[in-house]
Design a protein around this ligand. Structure first.
Ligand code: UT7
Length: 326
């Protein structure tokens, strides 16, 4: 059975920046509150005419170039988003066309902020059983299009970005070592963005009254996040027969530095073990992990052969954790 390696990584960060001073000008908040409660200083925001598939195409092209393959070599395009351009067609098909992946199947999936790790695990099933050789996994969100800029509790958190990886069958390098996927649908309504249902109670929560905007029960999500990230990481390490000392870097979902700090404390590992990018990008949903991983590799923090943990949680509620050799 062939192993799956990360052959190339790409990212796309839009140019426009909303800093904390910008939010002071639109809602009742301040830099001190945002920094102390979240660790976020800046988020990048898509242009008015820039949507999720535009971010995705840029990240996908950069991952394909990094992998040194041709778009025609791709067998599958998997795309994760919670802010699709359309209900249908799916974003993956638009990206497949725009990058010229003419031989690839394509579909979207949604495990919210857990999607990157979920996508890696899905790709590995196709690669391990010999169905596909090269899978492009793209995580893209233009969350600014579904952010309620009248709700101070959520608008300061989110940014726009895309991350992408080419995952390939390759027996000369790294591999997935262990993973876990989980869901707790009893917490489903703790993070919501409404589609066709007109739930009056849900609509009332939106300060702006716009149904598609994200509403979140922050405290409940935070408690869920700390417990699941720490405990799922512990379980995948145990499955792989590894300890935290064997791990070069933990790349967690970047929602809030307090969540990461508390999760690390629960794991019993130091803060220097985790890669954090949330200060400059905020929470960009599923692209947080691939972007942080790409930046860790660029900074020389992860080299081929190192063991890395990726772990996330998000809407659904969902969680996912994996340990792999890069
Ligand atoms: O990607 C996955 C999904 N998202 C997350 O993982 C986010 C998880 N949750 C969080 O990160 C945190 O819950 C938040 C950062 C969203 C909020 O932090 P918190 O410590 O849970 O604050 P809180 O919701 O308990 O609110 C504390 C106070 C409230 O005022 P009162 O009731 O104490 O007077 C809020 O109204 O802070 C107020 N508040 C703000 N004040 C200034 C809420 N947002 C703001 C704000 N500026 N932007």
């Amino acid at each position: 059975m062939p192993n799956m390696i990360i052959k190339g990584l790409g990212r796309y960060i839009p140019e426009k920046i909303y800093d904390n001073a910008y939010f002071e000008s639109i809602v009742d908040t301040n830099d001190e509150w945002i920094t102390r409660r979240t660790g976020i200083k800046e988020r990048h925001i898509a242009a008015d005419d820039e949507y999720t598939t535009d971010l995705a195409v840029n990240a996908a092209k950069s991952a394909i170039e990094d992998a040194g393959i041709a778009p025609e070599d791709l067998d599958l395009v998997l795309l994760a988003t919670v802010s699709p351009d359309y209900f249908t067609p799916c974003c993956a098909c638009i990206v497949q066309d725009k990058i010229g992946a003419v031989n690839a199947a394509a579909f979207d999936f949604n495990a919210a902020c857990s999607s990157f790790i979920t996508g890696m695990i899905m790709a590995e099933q196709f690669i391990k059983n010999g169905t596909y050789k090269n899978v492009l996994l793209v995580c893209a969100d233009a969350l600014s299009k579904v952010t309620d800029y009248k709700d101070r509790a959520t608008c300061v958190l989110f940014g726009d970005a895309a991350g992408a990886v080419v995952l390939s069958a390759d027996d000369n390098g790294g591999k997935m070592l262990a993973y876990e996927l989980g869901a707790d649908g009893s917490g489903a309504m703790n993070i919501t963005s409404l589609a066709v249902r007109d739930d009056a109670e849900e609509l009332e929560k939106r300060v702006s009254g716009r149904k598609e905007t994200i509403w979140m029960a922050g405290q409940q999500v935070m408690k869920f996040a700390v417990k699941t990230m720490a405990d799922a990481t512990g379980r995948v390490l145990e499955k792989a027969g590894l300890t935290y000392d064997d791990i070069k870097l933990i790349v967690p979902h970047q929602a809030n530095y307090r969540i990461v700090d508390s999760a690390l404390a629960r794991m019993g590992v130091g803060k220097d073990k985790a890669m954090l990018t949330l200060e400059k990008y905020g929470n960009t949903s599923s692209s947080c992990v691939p972007i942080a991983l790409k930046e860790a590799i660029e900074a020389g923090m992860v080299k081929r052969g190192d063991k890395v943990v990726v772990v996330g949680f998000g809407g659904g509620l969902t969680w996912a954790a994996a340990v792999f050799e890069y």
